[in-house]
Design a protein around this ligand. Structure first.
Ligand code: F6P
Length: 747
């Protein structure tokens, strides 16, 4: 409806007082109009009387000279045939009424009318009504012979005045109505423009340009600008207040979800599943994969509950699900649902190994490995994204679910979900770096990937630098509106907020209560390797991925032993290297390189039973890795490029004894948060070797200072904050969209 009841009510509030005011004004104006019209009529009568007087002058003078009374009376009688001329009389020069028509009022006498002063209004009030009395001086041969008194009926003036009053009031009322209708119409148009603007702004679109849309009336632009600034300020103040007041924990995350997202259960989508069931020795075993993503998202899921949709990759996964492909996890104490998606070997080969890991992975990491793009892989990638999107749609309990899409396996998923569930809140987190526009531009399906990602409500990266790269990439390859100030991209009326959310780990660590003491861990691990209690131990924990800088790390160990031969037999570097993506040539080659390099270095420096590098190329459960972290003197994270790297944070979290040194690559997201680590360029082998030596010889108090500061950061900026910040931003967007919809319905 063009004009709703609400705006009609608003309009009436304006129209009624305006019309009443105009009618009152009309009443005030009427006496003035009366006075004015009376003056016009009197002037009319004066002229008319003069005219009649002049006309009668000659015949009357002649008859007066003849003294013919009958003829004089007849002349006067004839003259008053005019409807307005009520009476005529002739006053002699002696002041007596000598001749008059029978209609001549008794109340009027010659003396009073002839003596009337000039300028006074010639009106007399008689019992039968108002009359106009004019006196025409009669001259005969140059001498005053008497006065002709002309009396006009003025009752018509009153009738006319009443008519005029009526018309004036009607005119004013009409004027009031027309004015208010025009005003209300114009105001309504402006109001609609304004409300459109406010709605767009609440949806975030208004943040994109300074309200130059034609829909927004120009006169409101300054106000809208202020409103935009106000919203931004409010947002940043709320974020600041959140950081200052919220202690991020599973509990606060649960409360947040309950309060801000009205208890929504979230749907998480990732390729890697958090629990893998496999056959081993005739039994079914469950284990947790070596995955930063799983490390981060699993505690969030336990805090929020909901459904996690992932690829069922374990050999016993099909046997452990129900007939909806669901299994409750964690197995020992179920808190959420894992929904498994099945892939054929061809599908896994094209979507996961091919497009995701031979294409996108090297594309996004600067590790000097060439991406490989095949059309057949792309088709599988599209098909599997659609399969996961269908699963999300099935699992959604409402038409506006909160969906957390994880990583580069699902760049197309956000737009696919959005198409089926336009009101969904889709938070996509990209766990790996985002390259610069030139690097990304070599992907043959760059536009499709970007369009897919822009189906997200919020798109998260680890660092502001990756956000900047993404905005620039979109700017280069797609037609969109980008506002850098608010870090938003608008495409086809849909807005995506691009924000950095540094990922982290669970705090306190899950094994806090049950883990062995640091002393016990040190003793156990040294004993297992046949090392003395004082022996220095370094640790590295990675998937065997060419981005992790494992070769550079080994070379740094080699260089350190070269430069500091006194460390021989006193230091061992343990590398836990979980096999990963072994079906790919690049990864097989890399595994060989790692093994060969470790063997060469060991051969070069080995003395007796001692070898500098202990390579453990198999999967280790997180609890065991935690014990290695506690046992080590130094942890080396030397990634050539890494979105965040959670191993660095896990090492810090493991060290409640506030000892141990972290050597950290400057090319990790973690380096931005942990400057107290010894920051190195892993390509610079001597520098890394020097840092390793510095770590091994660092005084306890310095280790403590650095570790206390890093632990405070990991404690406060834990994974609940990571998820909480994203969910809070999502809640704000949802609130604004709902408000915008309401305004849309009501305006
Ligand atoms: O960083 C990308 C990522 O998905 C991580 O979250 C995770 O640590 C790793 O890759 C796991 O890779 P995959 O699932 O291929 O073993």
């Amino acid at each position: 409806m063009l004009i709703s009841i609400r705006s009609l009510r608003l309009s009436l509030r304006f129209i009624v007082p305006l019309v009443v005011a105009l009618i009152l004004l009309a009443y005030a104006v009427v006496p003035l109009v009366d006075k004015l019209t009376l003056r016009w009529f009197v002037r009319d009568m004066d002229i008319r009387s003069r005219l009649i007087g002049n006309t009668l002058q000659e015949p009357l003078a002649e008859l007066l000279r003849q003294g013919n009374s009958d003829k004089i009376n007849a002349l006067l009688l004839r003259a008053i045939q005019d409807e307005r001329l009520l009476a005529l009389g002739f006053c002699g020069s002696d002041g007596t009424l000598r001749y008059h028509t029978t209609t001549f009022p008794e109340a009027i006498d010659c003396t009073s009318v002839t003596a009337r002063k000039k300028g006074t209004i010639p009106l007399h009030q008689l019992p039968q009504g108002k009359v106009h009395v004019a006196v025409h001086t009669m001259m005969d041969e140059g001498a005053h012979s008497g006065d002709l008194v002309l009396i006009h009926d003025m009752s018509f003036v009153e009738i006319r005045s009443a008519d005029t009053r009526k018309y004036v009031i009607l005119l004013f009322a009409l004027l009031g109505i027309v004015t208010s209708v025009i005003t209300v119409f114009v105001a309504h148009l402006s109001w609609r423009g304004w409300m459109e603007g406010v709605r767009a702004m609440l949806r975030g679109e208004g943040l994109l340009k300074p309200f130059s849309q034609p829909a927004v009336a120009s006169e409101f632009q300054p106000l809208v600008g202020d409103l935009r600034t106000l919203l931004r300020t409010l947002d940043s103040e709320r974020r600041f207040a959140d950081d200052a007041t919220v202690t991020w924990s599973p509990d606060s995350l649960r409360k947040l979800l309950h309060k801000q997202l009205t208890g929504e259960r979230v749907i998480v989508v990732s390729n890697r599943e958090p629990y893998i069931h496999s056959h081993a020795d005739g039994k079914i075993e469950v284990h947790r994969p070596a995955s930063g993503l799983v490390t981060a998202v699993e505690p969030v899921m336990r805090a929020c509950s909901g459904t996690w949709i992932a690829h069922g990759s374990g050999s016993a996964d099909r046997e452990t699900v129900d007939h909806h492909d669901r299994v409750q996890v964690p197995p020992e104490n179920p808190e959420y649902t894992l929904r498994r998606i099945w892939l054929s070997p061809e599908e896994e080969s094209g979507y996961y190994y091919g497009f995701a890991n031979e294409g996108l992975w090297p594309l996004c990491h600067i590790a000097h490995v060439r991406p490989i793009f095949r059309s057949s892989d792309w088709l599988q990638y599209v098909a599997i994204n659609q399969r996961f999107a269908d699963a999300v749609i099935k699992e959604a309990a409402s038409d506006d679910p909160v969906v957390l899409v994880q990583d580069y396996h699902f760049a197309l998923l956000p737009a696919m979900i959005r198409q089926a569930l336009p009101k969904a809140t889709i938070i996509t987190f990209w766990h790996i770096p985002w390259p610069n526009p030139e690097s990304f531009g070599i992907c043959p399906w760059r536009e499709e990937l970007l369009k897919g990602m822009l189906g997200s409500t919020i798109l998260g990266f680890h660092t502001p630098y990756h956000c900047k790269n993404f905005l620039e990439t979109v700017d280069r390859y797609l037609e969109t509106r980008i506002e850098h100030e608010s870090s938003t991209i608008s495409r086809r009326g849909k807005l995506t907020l691009v924000e950095s959310y540094p990922i982290s780990i669970q705090w306190p660590p899950p094994w806090q209560e049950t883990q062995p003491s640091v002393a016990a861990c040190r003793a156990e691990i040294r004993a297992a390797l046949g090392l003395s209690p004082e022996h220095k131990v370094g640790i590295g924990v990675d998937r065997q991925d060419y981005t992790k800088g494992i070769l550079e790390r080994f070379r740094a160990v080699e260089k350190m032993l070269e430069l500091r031969p006194e460390m021989s037999e006193h230091f061992t570097f343990i590398q836990i290297a979980a096999p990963t993506r072994s079906a790919l040539d690049d990864y097989q080659t890399f595994e060989d390189q790692v093994r060969n390099l470790a063997a060469r270095i060991n051969q070069r420096f080995a003395r007796g039973n001692w070898q500098p590098i202990c390579l453990k190329a198999q999967h280790h459960e997180p609890e065991i890795i935690n014990q290695y972290f506690r046992a080590a003197d130094v942890c080396m994270v030397t990634s050539l490029h890494d979105g965040m790297n959670l191993v660095a944070k896990e090492f810090v979290a493991a060290r409640d004894d506030e000892q141990g040194v972290l050597v950290l690559s400057q090319f990790t997201g973690a380096a931005h948060e942990l400057p107290e680590a010894l920051i190195v360029n892993p390509y610079h082998i001597e520098q890394t070797a020097e840092a390793l030596y510095q770590a091994l010889t660092m005084a306890d108090f310095e280790q403590r200072e650095r570790m206390i500061s890093m632990r405070a950061l990991v404690r406060d900026f834990n994974v609940y904050r990571w998820a909480g910040r994203m969910l809070l931003d999502a809640a704000r967007v949802r609130q604004r969209e709902k408000l915008a919809d309401r305004i849309g319905r009501e305006s």
